[in-house]
Design a protein around this ligand. Sequence first.
Ligand SMILES: Nc1ncnc2c1ncn2[C@@H]1O[C@H](COP(=O)(O)OP(=O)(O)OP(=O)(O)O)[C@@H](O)[C@H]1O
Ligand SMILES: [Mg+2]
Length: 342
Amino acid sequence: MVSSNQLMANVADITNEQMGTLEVENLVVDFALDSALFKRQYMRAVNSVSLTIKAGEALAIVGESGSGKSTCARALTRLYKPTDGVLRLNGQDINCPENQISQAHLAKQIQMIFQDPFGSLNPVHTIRHHLYRPIRIHLPRLEGNEIEDYMLATLERVGLSPAKQTADKFPHELSGGQRQRVAIARALTTGAKFILADEPISMLDVSIRLGILNLMTDMKDEGIGFLYITHDIATARYFAERTGVMYVGHMVEWGESDSVTQTPHHPYTQLLISAVPEVGRKRENSISKDHSKSQIPLWKPESKGCPFAGRCPKVSNVCHERMPDVTQVAEDHFVRCFALYK
Ligand SMILES: Nc1ncnc2c1ncn2[C@@H]1O[C@H](COP(=O)(O)OP(=O)(O)OP(=O)(O)O)[C@@H](O)[C@H]1O
Ligand SMILES: [Mg+2]
């Protein structure tokens, strides 16, 4: 049998595309609200967000429910059509009609992993079936036994051994962690360079979360770039080199993970971090206490100001007027907040 390393090298030859960056500049995504009688109303789920995912690195996005994290990821794969903004893969604009990059080509480069591994696997098909399909579509040069060997090597690569027995199983015969490993294997079979992981461990037992994060770290070391979406700022810091904090569709603070999490400057990031349970610390100013639907604004294209103004302990008049400019607070640490100037 061909060794797993040999196969991976072969596939690297086959895909033979330069690893690079996946980036979005000034992404805007609007969704139509239930239409009013005469005039269509929109909500702005993502407002002027720019981010870069680099090969071999992870960028985490943290933020409360509804802040637009998943919408950003879906727009990056063009599952959602951006209302505005530029998407670039390895420097090439992938959202302009002239480039005509097919969804299949994009899927070969960019894969998503979702929160619920069971939901993304078909219960009536074996694991082999789930992995064969993307291999046939994305690596058509592999034939016969090569497909089986590559599939088994990929299962071994994500820690599912003995691979042969795993391949014969149905999703319900695997644990949650094993199913998420299958989802990762499926993403890898395409030769994807970027994986957008939308809360990949939040539904898993705490005891196996670290195993999945460490597997993703191995993938990162092999050159895959990750977007890691999470509510958990601690795992963001553990896994991702860089972290962005989103609130109501806006990126309010971003930069090197240690800097953002150790010295948060935006009052919202400070609130998020104060909500992380810590032994011996009183629950003070926690996000759960502070979190009330009514305080989270419904952002519309015509809305103005900082979306956090209604909850912000450091609010001033100007916060209701316009979104603050970007301030660089450290070498790789940026914040949008008027309170910095006080
Ligand atoms: N397909 C859609 N149609 C209409 N509105 C949508 C759609 N997808 C998302 N939204 C809205 O966009 C906003 C951002 O949603 P999104 O799912 O991106 O948030 P999120 O940060 O991923 O939240 P969560 O942490 O709960 O997953 C929400 O107000 C949501 O209701
Ligand atoms: Mg989401």
